[in-house]
Design a protein around this ligand. Structure first.
Ligand SMILES: C[S@@+](CC[C@H](N)C(=O)[O-])C[C@H]1O[C@@H](n2cnc3c(N)ncnc32)[C@H](O)[C@@H]1O
Length: 429
């Protein structure tokens, strides 16, 4: 049963995301910390689901409001949206959702709005549940501009991409082969009564049947496994040879890809894991838990003069900042925060990063470009520009059976067992 404190906490999270443009992960951590631990998963499910389905239920809510709510009423709108999400998606009795929501208004410091909350929710319940409009924005709970871009980019797959954004993501582990192997770890999970299966995409991947706190995973604290999506685990297929190489991971935090390379290839000559100074602690934490070591550096990849020692790299991994359109189900607020114009801004930044890092590569060296976007403007696009400007840049097509070959790379589209990621490799002549 959703209590008033759970409804209020969920509404505060949604309000911060929708009205103030904050990150769902960041605000959830703050608001959940004020709830008893046993209530976290309930509030989290309501907040995550409400943000995921915002584009569906906001237009519906507006039908029951006599006049639009004011900007300062963001918490009330969020409370109503959370209630609509619960009526339509959770197995809670309607009366309990209504009562919890009405009482939550007091907890949000708006006791006089209890009548409004009650009236709006009851008029919705009196109305047909089938009152949703059938436009695509409502149907896929995704802004129209993004649907248009996806349809244009993937005429045969855009619906799959949108549908997957509304599913719950699988929890996938990467086995640390420096400490154990996948079969042994699967056996440990079976003994602990944790249902799991090997990933078909990654030979190091284990798909859990149900998500769970990492603290309950056998050997997690000892560094036997990391949480990492299966499509993010295929970096070694695309990187080519690692032994004896000087490697730069230019956008490394929190260290998922660089730690995998270190687990697999202890004979990497050196690996520099670079990220913004405020983020490098996340890399250090992960390396420490996994028992790995490398040169962790805080700095701006766009300004190598500030951190580079002048020795060229054999392999540069650029897992670039991007729109995140391949991981929308993990981060439902992406659809709320992104704007049409952001895509060109990301592409611009990606081109700048590629241009800034290209001179750091030794002749014969490889640049591995990765994003978690499914938009060609951020994937093949910036690479086409690099190849046309740099006479010594030569694309090397690397594909796998599961990925779709693009002009210059390989696109994994999000599906039931993995996220949407793009990989491409460019060699320097
Ligand atoms: C997609 S994430 C990297 C994920 C990481 N490779 C992993 O597998 O765990 C992109 C990263 O780029 C970093 N970043 C963005 N702009 C940067 C810049 N100019 N210099 C260095 N890092 C940057 C961000 O801080 C963020 O950590």
């Amino acid at each position: 049963m959703p209590t008033a404190e759970v409804c209020a906490a969920a509404a505060r999270i949604v309000d911060d995301v929708v009205t103030r443009g904050r990150s769902l992960d960041a605000v959830a951590a703050r608001h959940l910390s004020k709830l008893p631990l046993r209530r976290h998963s309930e509030a989290r499910a309501i907040a995550w689901g409400t943000v995921r389905w915002l584009y569906r239920y906001r237009p519906l809510l507006h039908r029951y409001l006599r006049q639009p709510l004011r900007r300062r009423d963001g918490s009330l709108e969020a409370l109503l949206l959370c209630a609509l999400y619960q009526y339509h998606h959770l197995d809670e009795p309607d009366y309990a959702v209504t009562t919890g929501s009405v009482e939550a208004a007091t907890r949000l410091g708006r006791p006089r709005a209890r009548g409004l909350i009650n009236a709006v929710l009851r008029s919705h319940l009196r109305d047909s549940r089938a009152a949703l409009t059938s436009d695509e924005e409502t149907c896929y709970a995704t802004p129209a501009w993004l649907i248009k871009r996806l349809r244009h980019a993937w005429p045969g797959h855009w619906q799959q991409v949108l549908e997957s954004a509304n599913q719950h993501p699988p929890m996938t582990l990467r086995v640390n082969v420096a400490r154990t192997d996948r079969d042994s770890y699967l056996r440990r999970l079976a003994v602990a009564d944790i249902p799991a299966q090997p990933s078909n995409l990654s030979p190091w991947g284990v798909l859990l049947e149900r998500a769970m706190p990492v603290t309950k995973l056998p050997g997690f604290a000892e560094g036997e496994v990391s949480v990492q999506d299966a499509a993010a685990q295929v970096t070694p297929f695309f990187s080519g040879q690692l032994a004896g190489c000087r490697v730069l991971d230019a956008c490394a935090a929190p260290g998922g890809k660089c730690s995998q390379l270190l687990e697999l290839e202890p004979t990497i000559t050196s690996l520099t894991a670079l990220d913004r100074p405020g983020r490098v602690y996340t890399i250090r934490e992960n390396l420490l838990r996994l028992g790995l070591n490398c040169n962790v550096t805080g700095g701006d990849a766009l300004v190598p003069g500030n951190w580079w020692d002048g020795q060229a790299f054999d392999l540069i991994v650029l897992d670039a900042p991007c729109s995140g359109t391949g991981v929308m189900r993990r981060h439902p607020d992406i659809r709320v925060h992104r704007r049409h114009s952001d895509i060109a801004n990301y592409a611009n930044k990606q081109e700048q990063l590629l241009e800034a890092l290209w001179p750091l590569l030794t002749p014969g060296g490889r640049l591995l470009y990765i994003t978690c976007s499914v938009l060609p403007e951020e994937n093949d696009g910036p690479l086409h520009n690099l190849v046309s400007r740099q006479a010594d840049a030569r694309p090397e097509l690397v594909t796998t059976a599961e990925g779709l070959a693009t002009d210059l790379g390989c696109q994994f589209l999000p599906g039931p067992y993995h996220d949407g990621l793009y990989y491409a490799r460019i060699r320097k002549d």
